[in-house]
Design a protein around this ligand. Sequence first.
Ligand SMILES: [Zn+2]
Length: 341
Amino acid sequence: MALTLNPEKRVPLLKNPSESHHLPVKTTKTHPTRPSSDPNADKAGIYFIGTATTILSWQGIKILTDPNFLHKGDHVHLGPGVTAERKTNPAVDIDHLPPLDCILLSHYHEDHFDRLVEDSLNRDFPIISTPDAKSCLTSSSKEEPFRNVHALDFFEGLTLPIVTGPTLSGKKPQIKVTGMPGEHVPPGPLSVANELLKAVPPTNGWLIELGYSSESGSTVNEEVGYRIYISGDTLFIDELKQIPEYLHGEKIDLMLVHLGGTTIPGPKMPLLMVTMDAKQGVQLLKLVDPDVTVPIHFDDYNVMLSPLEDFKKEISAAGLDERVVYLDRGDAYQFEVRGLL
Ligand SMILES: [Zn+2]
């Protein structure tokens, strides 16, 4: 499977396309212990909008994750009897975005794909998500089904070749996206009403590999210059141990971890935790062992009961301060992709 990314032939994100804007970057952060000295380095970045909404930029391509552009005081419906109130504003509004190339959606849940987004998106804009989300988004029972949704199961990959001008070394940039395991529901016997479980759809994590392909004769060589792992809305479950096994010793450069200890049905009745809290986040960091971790999805809704401060304390106690970069909404993290020259 392939989905080609061509900045010259973008599908507009919105039904009513707005003029394009630059991202309002507050602060740009870099590697905590190895700041860049090479101005010619192949630069890429992550911009944090809020919740699990980020923009990955590289080689003129911009990928939007889990679009959620509701504002403080707005509500999301997360399933039968489960609603949550937004406590924050996104760093940028949906009609103030730069031109984008595709959406990576971890799962079909309103705090990751809200009604504003659903109503305003162009049905032909490319979306990569779970098989469950694909069947929901493309369902003929929808008034306006989406027409360009690509489903990835766990460990299933999709290569996104990037159409650019010729590079000096003859290498062509590409992004490979692979579904990673995730589970919103705690394993084992559940004492919680079955209804609650309907509130938690299947979810993916993502492995995003930025790299290059080059041809010599009839062979195509592929090299990966940077690996990003996004946890998605998962708990710390046994299946996550398959991730380091899948990587065969290759290193994750950057992990975006969904924290928050999201607990449903809500703060007045905290029955079932469906995303990692501070302790589980540190467990995941130790398991995946990424070079740098950036926490996201930690305080945007009133159902997120594990504050970022708790994670910071756990990280310090584990001696991992130099492995974590904290972004505010509107901050960016800039990094370098290896292998162009
Ligand atoms: Zn979530």
